[in-house]
Design a protein around this ligand. Structure first.
Ligand code: ATP
Length: 543
């Protein structure tokens, strides 16, 4: 009989979750968001002589483009000055931000000075450690360049080497899937399906080109601004059925396919790694780097507690992709042919087509707007300016009356038009402009009375006469003996005035103010104006 004082042993059950956990709980416990900074290359205790005494010829070589197409050639750009000591990178790009860094190097968000667009430029962290190291590094650029453009692969633009560093310019994405998954912990299943079909399409493109990625993981997948997943980082890519497969390196242990440890390299390894990536995204799973959990995942034991919330179709596909036996594992083309995947693929393509059309329309609209704006600035505006120039200039001058010369000139335009000097003497004022240009056009005169010093018997008024053609003496509104103006169509009111224009009757009693006609206030007729100048001339003489 059991001792009643001894407590009964508490039964221990194996947790259904096993050694797995979710990322959000790790974050909730205050742990760092990322535990897997890629390992740095092993440091040697003594650096080689070649790295201490850098070959000056190599260190200051001009930038060379890196391309699989042929021998490396000098890279050029309208913004590059070969005489400058500045790097090609610094001369041709403006750094906007640093996006991150990995074992290879640093990645910058940059703006190209050539086209003004944003790109990502990856710069190798360390100098080439010799020819082998250089070849290995530029291999990534070659493979990126070889790959034809695909919406689910990060687009390559160019690569170059300078002072023993490699630079790779690619399209800019919003973030890596790793960063996305660190932020989002309950991704809707629809989004997971979208990511799955995007990545299957990208992988198919790679496999169709006889390339194996070998490092599929969220860190090497990028999410574009419009939410499309793209495969990037081609550092470990190998060509199928080539000798280099034997040199292939395995990728991150968290995503590695089990057969790679036995040396079976092939496209099926990418399918496994993609299966693990989708499992992580769908269940917010903290993937084990080693140990029991790692073994279980490679034996086809996917923790049911995590996948319970997923649809049967998604669970089934993940299970198939993570099949432990690579021979039985479906290829990318097989998975894309499954009806449930095709359905999502079709929907995704339709979404992308709509986005493409919207983008094209937006580009077209902005192009047309820019075109019309440019046309307006370069053609219409100058034409308008030319047409409206005289009047505009006169208005401008009235605003700046100091530019005016109100001196009375007897050598007036009338003379040049065949009128005798005495026509001016008999009362026709020629208020000439001081600029040569205006002197060349003596038929125009404008009176800005605000600048005219009136004698006490003359009340200031602001009629402005714009006279642009010689008038016969008898009809001149400024003729001394006339208060009546026989208005020519060339006479116009060219400025506004606080006084409301009122009609003035001529001697015959008829109104002489018509629309656009000369405005003359009572008390300051042409005669008075002439008197002003006469008075002024007399007072000058007296002085
Ligand atoms: N095209 C891009 N658009 C936006 N961000 C990018 C891009 N390329 C890289 N990054 C950012 O820079 C970081 C480092 O990039 P990447 O992983 O390619 O460098 P790496 O040195 O090749 O790393 P790895 O150790 O995986 O080889 C990424 O995590 C990502 O945040």
């Amino acid at each position: 009989m059991a001792n009643p004082g001894t407590p009964r042993p508490v039964p221990h059950f194996f947790s259904e979750e096993g050694p797995f956990s979710q990322k959000k709980y790790r974050l909730a416990n205050g742990n760092t968001p990322r535990d897997s900074q890629p390992p740095r290359p092993p440091a040697k205790s003594v650096p080689p002589v070649s790295r201490v005494f850098i070959n000056s010829k190599l260190a200051f070589q001009r930038p060379q483009s890196v391309s699989f197409r042929g021998p490396d050639s000098l890279i050029s750009s309208p913004h590059y000055d070969a005489g400058s000591k500045e790097l090609f990178f610094d001369q041709c790009f403006g750094i906007v931000d640093k996006l991150g860094e990995g074992s290879f190097g640093e990645v910058f968000k940059v703006r190209s000075k050539e086209d003004g667009k944003l790109y990502a430029v990856k710069r190798s962290r360390e100098r080439f450690r010799g020819e082998y190291d250089r070849k290995r590094k530029i291999g990534e650029a070659y493979r990126l360049e070889k790959l034809r453009r695909h919406p689910n692969c990060v687009q390559f633009f160019k690569a170059w080497e300078e002072r023993q560093h490699l630079y790779i310019q690619t399209e800019l994405c919003q973030c890596s899937l790793e960063q996305y998954l660190e932020q989002q912990h309950d991704i809707p299943e629809e989004t997971v399906w979208n990511f799955l079909v995007d990545l299957l399409s990208g992988l198919k493109h790679l496999h169709d080109h006889r390339l194996i990625h070998l490092d599929i993981k969220p860190d090497n997948i990028f999410v574009s601004n419009d939410g499309v997943c793209k495969i990037g980082d081609f550092g470990l890519v190998v060509e199928m059925e080539k000798e280099e497969v034997s040199d292939a390196q395995e990728g991150d242990p968290k995503y590695i396919a089990p057969e790679l440890l036995e040396g079976h390299f092939g496209p099926h390894a990418d399918v496994f790694s993609l299966g693990v990536t989708i499992l992580e995204a769908a269940c917010d799973l903290e993937l084990p780097r080693n140990g029991v959990g790692w073994q279980q995942l490679r034996q086809g034991m996917i923790p049911a507690a995590f996948t319970a919330g997923l649809s049967h179709d998604l669970r089934n596909i993940i299970q198939l992709m993570m099949h432990p036996d690579y021979v039985q594992r479906p290829s990318v083309a097989d998975i894309l042919a499954m009806p449930e995947v095709r359905k999502v693929l079709w929907r995704r393509r339709r979404q992308q087509a709509v986005r493409f059309v919207q983008g094209a329309m937006l580009s077209m609209y902005s192009f047309m707007t820019t075109l019309f704006h440019t046309m307006y600035l370069t053609i219409l505006l100058p034409v308008k300016a030319i047409k409206g120039q005289p009047e505009e200039r006169q208005r401008e001058r009235c605003r700046h009356p100091t530019d005016w010369d109100y001196s009375y000139s007897e050598d007036d335009a009338f003379e040049s038009e065949g009128h005798s000097k005495d026509s001016a003497e008999s009362g026709v004022a020629n208020l000439s402009l001081s600029t040569d240009e205006e002197l060349e056009r003596p038929r125009q005169f404008i009176i800005c009375p605000s600048e005219v010093r009136f004698t006490p018997d003359v009340r200031p008024a602001t009629p402005i006469l714009h006279h642009s053609s010689p008038m016969p003496r008898s009809s001149s509104p400024l003729h001394g003996n006339h208060t009546q103006a026989h208005l020519s169509p060339n006479l116009s009111l060219v400025t506004s005035h606080p006084y409301t224009p009122t009609s003035h009757s001529d001697s015959s009693g008829s109104s002489f103010l018509e629309e656009g006609a000369v405005l003359i206030r009572s008390g300051i007729g042409p005669k008075n104006l002439m008197n002003i100048f006469d008075d002024a001339a007399c007072s000058d003489d007296d002085d």
